[in-house]
Design a protein around this ligand. Structure first.
Ligand code: FAD
Length: 312
């Protein structure tokens, strides 16, 4: 892990940049998240979708890591493809809880060798199988351990970590959750991205609390455009996110008509992003879910705002 090699410099690798170089600028930034295919057969369609999204030139793109690491190769391949072909900076996700140390260290070296500079360090969800096993035998229990190992790798990665304005489901209260979040930042997390939020006030309250707790790194609110009614239940189950009445009314009213629901969902997400920008949050992350039409619609809606510095 500690052995240092000279940085690979081929293709656009030398041009990939650290996410923090984007986040500390005053210009409005917008990033998109995509997920890799679950199997070889899906690679071409996912590649086409991620390439189309990259073509809209987001500030950066993040590529998720399949639960349990089953699709790790595809995370790297997708991130590298976006970076090489489109010069869009990429953030590769990496989880640790269902892996052993040797595998995680191998993944870290592969990412480094591929020229990936930005890693989202996550614990990963606890699967029912994992929960049945003896915790004391796990190589990793929390994301903070992965962050420490990324720092110890000797490679100068820019590290992201997850945070939860509505509390992580396993936490007993917000105070403890924020305490553990601070541990991740103290260990080396350079920026944070939130679980999806549908009510900006929850994000603003959270920001107030974490700043009070001494967490000063940039925080990107995560916005999930809901464009069909079936997504709602899944999104709540996944995130436990609060759905404001304004959003529920929109789903009740338009949910039965797919085109109307899509238009309304994109408008709602756009409205949330504009409100965030207007309140001084210059960096926003969109869970674009491999949907180029949604990435395009949101980019178009914000075209006169993105990239500008309003000097405030
Ligand atoms: P941690 O930071 O380890 O926190 C997990 C829980 O443990 C929290 O309740 C925390 O308060 C608590 N905790 C932390 N440290 C301690 C400690 N020292 N003692 C006691 N308790 C502690 N999952 C994937 O599988 N692939 C992905 O690509 C992926 N991307 C994500 C991106 C974002 C922006 C977010 C918000 C989530 C993502 N997830 C992903 C889901 C994530 O893996 C889960 O939410 C997981 O349950 C927690 O991961 P974490 O990194 O936040 O864990």
């Amino acid at each position: 892990m500690k052995e240092e090699r000279s940085k690979p410099k081929t293709g656009f690798f030398a041009e990939n940049m650290k996410i923090t170089d984007i986040l500390y600028k005053k210009n409005m930034s917008l990033s998109f998240e995509v997920f890799p295919p679950k199997a070889e057969t899906g690679f071409d369609s996912v590649k086409a979708a991620t390439e189309e999204i990259a073509g809209y030139k987001p500030s950066f793109m993040s590529v998720t890591y399949g639960a349990g690491g089953g699709t790790s190769r595809y995370t790297l391949d997708s991130a590298k493809n976006i970076m090489d072909k489109f010069s869009v900076p990429t953030l590769a996700h990496l989880t640790c809880v269902s892996s052993d140390k040797a595998t995680v260290h191998e993944r870290i070296e592969e990412l480094y060798d591929a020229g990936i500079e930005n890693i989202m360090a996550l614990r990963g969800d606890l699967t029912p199988e994992l929960e049945k096993t003896d915790r004391s035998k796990w190589d990793y229990r929390y994301a903070v351990e992965l962050i420490r190992e990324l720092k110890e790798s000797g490679h100068d990665f820019c590290i992201g970590a997850a945070c939860y304005p509505e509390i992580h489901p396993e936490s007993k209260d917000q105070k403890n959750d924020i305490l553990h979040l601070k541990e991740k930042v103290d260990a080396g997390a350079d920026f944070l991205t939130t679980q999806m939020i549908f009510d900006n006030n929850l994000f603003f309250n959270f920001m107030y609390k974490i700043r009070e707790a001494g967490i000063t790194v940039p925080v990107l609110p995560g916005i999930m455009p809901i464009t069909n009614a079936n997504q709602v239940e899944r999104a709540i189950k996944l995130s436990g996110a609060f759905m404001p009445q304004r959003f529920k009314s929109l789903v009740d009213y338009f949910g039965s008509d797919p085109d109307s629901m899509k238009q309304a969902g994109i408008a709602y997400a756009t409205d949330q992003i504009i409100d965030l920008y207007a309140n001084g949050i210059t960096n926003v992350h969109v869970y674009s879910m491999n949907k180029p039409d949604i990435a395009k619609a949101i980019s178009d809606n914000l075209s006169d705002i993105l990239g500008k510095d309003f000097g405030k």
